[in-house]
Design a protein around this ligand. Structure first.
Ligand code: MG
Length: 162
């Protein structure tokens, strides 16, 4: 089989006094995501989807929150490491599709910047990365702006041998 598919999900709590980082982009907002690393839920969902596609476990296995090494980590650095891992196993990204669920702030003005940032980290083209944003219609914890969640699906394809 020369294609594999994976899915990933992540959610982080919103808290004042934290930066809001999504897709590697610092987004102006009154609150940011709380976590051991920079708490970039979108990037974490993509990493889990990449690992899941090859049945390699999840990001907690590679970057445990108990390890002080990852405190405040830039998730783009972690994403690059996961990308290197799948590359070493002979795979490359076909495409990524994702959804970010955030009641606030409006993410539309930042989506192209996120695609550019993620594509740079992953050495792929921005048109291989889909990012959609939706609200949670004010329902539940996400709807009350208590957190931001992200879903991602990644298609991997076997690298072409030269
Ligand atoms: Mg996370």
């Amino acid at each position: 089989m020369n294609i594999r598919i994976g899915n990933g999900y992540d959610v982080h709590r919103l808290q004042t006094g934290r930066k809001l980082i999504l897709g590697g982009v610092d987004i102006p907002h009154t609150k940011g995501l709380l976590g051991h690393s920079d708490a970039d839920a979108l990037t974490h969902a993509i990493m889990d989807a990449m690992l899941g596609a090859l049945s390699l476990g999840d990001i907690g296995l590679y970057f445990p929150p108990s390890d002080p090494k990852w405190a405040g980590a830039d998730s783009q650095v972690l994403l690059a490491q996961v990308n290197q891992l799948i590359g070493e196993k002979g795979w490359q990204i076909g495409n990524i599709d994702s959804v970010v669920i955030a009641e606030q702030p409006k993410l539309k003005p930042h989506i192209q910047t996120m695609r550019d940032r993620l594509s740079t980290t992953l050495h792929i083209q921005p048109d291989q990365i889909g990012i959609k944003a939706t609200t949670h219609e004010k329902l539940g914890p996400l709807g009350r702006e208590e957190g931001i969640a992200a879903h991602a699906v990644v298609l991997l394809q076997m690298q072409l041998t030269k």
